[in-house]
Design a protein around this ligand. Structure first.
Ligand code: 2RA
Length: 337
């Protein structure tokens, strides 16, 4: 039956995409409750849904009265404050923030991998970090065949990961470089991003890893139920609009040939194999933007692996706003119906 669905952060990049994904997938929305900040409400902001303008409402505890499902597309702080209020009022929340992801009683879900975990929720299901989702979707079928033990990952993360502000800043800087104008402030990025790479997303810990890099390990272990998985991740911001790319080297306990891996990936849900290097065919961010599959290519044996080890390397790209955030959240919500 139709549901009353609230979107917390309805005017942001992810919230806007959630509306598109809900509509595209025919989610049974009886009533939409788009929630945003006072600033957006005072500005009379509306969102488009099913061809109509729906005015945004103020995000506050009372707004969740009568709401069945909340899709959270807001900051860790706002999610942490408001989603427990929604649960108190009987709603089930799918939260895209990091606020609850590692809580023991909160399922952290990529539906292609661990949809079975959703049933154990106490009112909140967390959506994993975008880079985690994009890497794990292709890794999962390989793990099931060969037993994953170690990952070495480098990510190339789009400006959209920093929201609308990130997208707008990349566009501004690109124009400034072209016009040979002074760069000025580069917020939300710590440095100029156009024609540059920034090897920092989030803060650094005492081991020299950023919070974004530790998510790949901590979330990967929880989602795949692999508490001993070893992960070394480097996360880099790159001057690309909305698709994240990742270079992944993965080690297994059991043998897995490149051909076997390719067969598994071609049959895997949520994956598209695009891999004919000799013909210059491989995944690229421009091709994977605004669609929901994770494209995989450059599949090859890890030639640096010790004799007898089972290890592969591949390249993948996926849309950070869609499968990396909004679509994955809507796919989780479909399991709540
Ligand atoms: C980023 N993964 O890319 C973080 C948040 N989306 O900035």
């Amino acid at each position: 039956s139709d549901k009353t669905v609230a979107i917390l952060g309805a005017t942001g990049v992810v919230g806007t995409q959630m509306l598109v994904s809900l509509e595209e997938r025919g989610f049974p929305v009886g009533r939409l409750v788009p929630l945003a900040s006072a600033r957006s409400v005072e500005a009379g902001r509306v969102v488009r849904f099913r061809g109509e303008d729906v005015p945004v409402e103020l995000a506050r505890p009372e707004a969740f009265e009568g709401v069945d499902i909340v899709l959270g597309a807001a900051s860790d702080e706002l999610a942490g404050k408001l989603l427990p209020e929604a649960v108190k009022r009987g709603a089930t929340c799918v939260d895209n923030s990091h606020a609850f992801r590692l809580d023991a009683d909160v399922p952290l879900v990529v539906p292609e991998i661990n949809a079975a975990d959703i049933a154990g929720n106490n009112g909140i299901v967390s959506n994993p970090n975008c880079a985690t989702i994009i890497g794990l979707v292709p890794l999962w079928p390989l793990h099931q065949a060969a037993g994953l033990t170690r990952l070495v990952v480098s990510t190339y993360q789009a400006a959209s990961g920093a929201g609308m502000a990130g997208l707008r800043e990349l566009e501004r800087e690109t124009r400034a470089v072209a016009a040979d104008e002074p760069m000025g402030q580069t917020d939300p990025f710590a440095h100029q991003l156009a024609h540059n790479l920034i090897p920092q997303i989030g803060g650094f810990d005492e081991m020299g890893y950023t919070s974004e890099e530790m998510k790949m390990q901590n979330e990967g272990r929880k989602i795949m139920h692999l508490p001993d998985l070893r992960v070394n991740c480097t996360c880099v911001r790159v001057p690309v609009a909305r698709s994240h790319s990742e270079s992944i080297t993965c080690e297994f306990t059991r043998p897995l040939s490149v051909d076997q891996a390719r067969e598994l990936l071609e049959a895997a849900p949520g994956v598209r194999v695009v891999d004919d290097p000799a013909a210059g065919v491989y995944p690229m961010p421009l091709d994977t933007s605004d669609q929901d599959l994770i494209w995989v290519g450059r599949l090859r044996r890890d030639l640096s692996a010790p004799e007898g080890a089972s290890a592969l390397t591949f390249w993948c790209c996926g849309d950070q706003i869609r499968k990396g955030a909004a679509t994955n959240a809507v796919q989780i919500a479909e399991h709540l119906l």
